[in-house]
Design a protein. Structure first.
Length: 648
């Protein structure tokens, strides 16, 4: 039997089980994504539960693993849990199940099953679209990201590749975009040196080859480079004694410390000890990446770099390119824009106070009413595109804080699966984890306060976030965990007086109900006076140590100003890419949820790309998108064309 017969891409799952039924082996995110993709075509009779009781599908039939030998189930099983795929495969084999007959494995990114007809039609379209592109063979290069998990973002790379290669008379090449290996998410013993992987499937490779890409790069070193990496790693390690030392890391005069910290926070479980031996393994992995790309940029004349999101692992390429004066931009349907050194993806926020001054008197009067309306709506539990969740409308829980007269402090940590440098510098070594550890140490020193911590609302779906916070409260038992879903209004009534965040949305929410917020870095509400904003570690500690003497005042009008600008006036869609006539395609392209509607959207895509004249029209659109992205400035006030009024 062909060893690949056990793998089925989404299109073949639909084809095989259409007008029939299946059982999805898995109860987590992968299983949920597959269910969303096939539910219109295939009856999913249930989910097979194996490794955990905390599953996502309490409203549907969930059966135990030991029941899956039933003949009605056998032959209809699709394994959809990447994290446990190997273990499940072996357990099914031990039960006598035959791969490719009794069970199949979802090939989410078409690493093995390349038979999706619509993706193949898309590849043929690309082959025809770019066949006239002549690519020189000398050392001029355009570098772009290649990845499997972003739907048809490759269409943007095809158009940008043509535009830039023609502009610079350069050859395109691709770097394989790094992905964290989610098999290790939430595990303390995850590999700090070899975490993640950088590979792409044959589908992605075939698409990029139509652009003229012949090289797919990852950080593979020769012996000379490996020896240099070992020496550099050892030299750097000798000088690391604190998180501040991590922030100061430089190689060849380029500051990489913040990028190294950002990657650590986003992909791994940080260590309490900045000299933990595991972190040396991680440091070496970072240095390998830096040396590879330093030498690569030395060997070729790079003219432009197209990044995935411009942060985290992409940041090493970004820092090297920008430090050499090579322009770079991140490319996606959600946000295509020029990047800079230590790129912060939400830097425009810090200019909002200045934007307020650009409104005339009449506009300001109206804006205050609009801001008040948005804020009052949020406090009732509403949410928006920029603020995706709100616990304010939650019912009162049967939970109570300590009944005493001590000042009560709530820590609101940030979610670790997102980039943690969205606005700029932070006073605790540009590390949210360093801030968190410092608070833990303060809780031991300042027992005169009652200390609490509440997990980020989105942390409930992140095993790694849960592991980090759980280990934190185990190490610092003076800090007590409270329910994530608890309403801030209940916390106010229970006696919470201060909230601590580095830059979070808590800073523009809790002050509205009279709870003071103390930040620890550049925030989205810079220039407004409704939070307490220390500028140094010493000032931060002085404020925390003397809360009983605090006489700061919350400026409610500034809250209205911020909410008006954030939700009413600033055009957050300015850098979004609306390439398609079919709005359903624009909607699919703009979704952030990883892997959503991964395959069948190519049918809609091919219907649009088959429209007469669409290719030349897209070329003209891409040129405008590129010019707009490169001229974008965070300090410029991009206003919405239509401002919603108070009456809406």
């Amino acid at each position: 039997m062909n060893k690949r017969s056990k793998y089925l891409c989404t299109d073949r799952i639909i084809g095989k089980f259409k007008n029939n039924y299946c059982y999805i082996y898995g109860t987590g995110k992968d299983a949920g994504d597959l269910f969303d993709l096939i539910k219109e075509f295939v009856v999913v009779k249930g989910f097979i539960n194996s490794y955990k009781d905390d599953y996502l599908f309490k409203e549907v039939n969930v059966i135990a693993r030991n029941e899956c030998s039933d003949r009605k189930i056998r032959g209809h099983i699709i394994v959809a849990t990447y994290k446990y795929e190997d273990e499940i495969y072996e357990s099914l084999k031990q039960l006598g199940f035959v791969e490719g007959e009794d069970f199949y494995i979802w090939d989410r990114f078409s690493y093995h099953d390349t038979s999706d007809k619509w993706i193949n039609k898309y590849i043929e379209w690309n082959r025809t679209a770019w066949k006239k592109c002549n690519r020189p063979t000398d050392n001029r290069r355009i570098l772009m990201a290649a990845m499997d998990d972003e739907g048809f973002r490759s269409l943007l790379y095809g158009y940008f590749s043509e535009l830039l290669c023609n502009q610079y008379d350069a050859k395109p090449e691709a770097y394989i975009s790094f992905r964290f290996d989610y098999k290790y998410e939430g595990q303390v013993k995850q590999p700090y040196k070899t975490f993640g992987f950088d590979k792409i499937g044959c589908i992605t490779r075939s698409i990029y080859e139509t652009f003229g890409v012949t090289e797919f790069l990852s950080a593979e070193l020769d012996k000379v480079q490996s020896d240099e990496v070992c020496k550099l790693t050892n030299d750097i390690w000798l000088n690391i004694n604190s998180y501040e030392d991590w922030e100061k890391i430089q190689i060849d005069g380029v500051e990489f410390g913040t990028t190294i910290i950002r990657c650590l926070s986003r992909f791994l479980i940080p260590c309490f000890d900045p000299k933990d031996a595991r972190l040396k393994d991680y440091l070496q992995r970072c240095v390998e990446n830096i040396i590879f790309w330093r030498d690569r940029f030395n060997s070729y004349d790079y003219k432009f770099v197209l990044l995935r999101d411009g942060v985290s692992w992409d940041g090493f390429i970004r820092d090297i390119a920008i430090s050499r004066g090579i322009p770079a931009m991140c490319v996606s349907f959600q946000d295509t824009r020029r990047v800079d050194l230590n790129f912060s993806s939400c830097k425009e926020n810090i200019y909002f106070a200045a934007f307020w001054n650009e409104l005339n008197i009449d506009e300001r009067e109206r804006a205050l009413l609009i801001g008040k309306k948005y804020l009052e709506s949020h406090l009732k539990g509403a949410y928006s595109k920029k603020l995706l969740s709100s616990n304010f409308g939650n019912e009162i829980m049967d939970f109570h804080l300590a009944e005493d007269d001590r000042i009560k402090i709530l820590i609101c940590p940030h979610i670790f699966c997102e980039d943690q440098f969205p606005y700029g510098d932070q006073i605790f070594d540009n590390s949210v984890f360093s801030w968190l550890v410092h608070l833990g140490e303060l809780s031991e020193k300042l027992s005169k306060y009652d200390w609490y911590i509440k997990k980020h609302p989105h942390a409930t779906i992140s095993p790694r976030d849960n592991e980090i916070i759980n280990s934190f409260i185990e190490k610092f038992p003076n800090i007590h965990l409270i329910p994530t879903e608890i309403s801030p209004i209940q916390l106010k009534n229970e006696g919470i007086r201060y909230v601590l965040t580095v830059y979070g949305t808590a800073g523009c929410e809790y002050p509205a109900i009279g709870i003071k917020v103390i930040t620890a870095g550049v925030t989205p509400y810079e220039g407004f006076n409704f939070t307490i904003k220390p500028k140094t570690k010493d000032e931060f500690d002085h404020i925390i140590e003397n809360l009983e003497y605090d006489n700061s005042v919350i400026d409610t009008e500034d809250l209205y100003k911020y909410w008006a600008l954030n939700l009413g006036y600033y055009d957050w869609d300015y850098n979004e890419v609306h390439l398609f006539h079919n709005e359903e395609l624009n909607s699919i392209a703009g979704r952030i949820k990883r892997g959503e509607q991964m395959n069948w959207n190519y049918q809609l895509l091919m219907e649009e790309l088959g429209t007469e004249g669409i290719h030349d029209e897209n070329r003209a659109k891409i040129k405008k998108i590129f010019d707009r992205a490169m001229s974008w400035e965070p300090s410029k006030f991009y206003r919405k064309r239509i401002i919603l009024g108070v009456e809406e």
